[in-house]
Write a new protein. Structure first.
Length: 171
């Protein structure tokens, strides 16, 4: 084999290897591409997905995409990371939110307005009522749950102090 023939065969082998690597990397690109992310007024995320190489775009939610294993395989790993991030964001958002904090003289307690985000309704509860309801506490943000617990403990401490003062007066 001459030197020129060997160089040509090495070049063809190198070219074939480059083609195989390019073909392999294009498989990881996926058939779909994430092109836009929008949130509506209810904090629901809507994704615009494009079919790679075509002008076809459809909308979906992160949860719908992640629920379909075959569809997940058709996205790049970068897009899947983004889709998973938005799906987890929604799952970790508090389902209830404290929107009102006021002192009720009649009860001699703080009253909180707890808004159910999905139902868009507000229910007024005392700190003690909220702290005894584990489902409500879990559905609040950590900061709000802490505030309710702190208020409840303060009110209980004040009740104990008042009881002790009354006992001392009787003696």
């Amino acid at each position: 084999m001459t030197k020129n023939t060997r160089n040509v065969s090495e070049y063809v082998a190198w070219l074939f290897k480059q083609y195989q690597e390019l073909k392999q990397s294009s498989k990881h690109q996926g058939a779909y591409k994430l092109v836009d992310i929008k949130e509506d007024k209810h904090d629901k995320v809507h994704l615009s997905i494009q079919v790679v190489g075509k002008a076809i775009v459809f909308k979906s939610t992160p949860e719908e995409i992640l629920a379909d294993d075959k569809l997940v395989e058709e996205f790049s790993s970068k897009d899947i990371r983004t889709i998973t991030y938005y799906a987890c964001q929604r799952m970790n958002k508090p389902k209830n939110k404290i929107v009102i904090k006021r002192f009720c003289e009649k009860l001699n307690r703080m009253v909180f307005g707890v808004k159910n985000v999905s139902k868009n309704q507000v229910e007024e509860k005392t700190a003690k009522d909220i702290s005894l309801d584990k489902d409500v506490i879990k559905s609040l943000s950590p900061e709000e749950a802490h505030m309710v617990g702190y208020t409840s403990a303060n009110e209980k401490g004040m009740d104990e102090k008042i009881k002790m003062d009354k006992l001392r007066e009787k003696k």
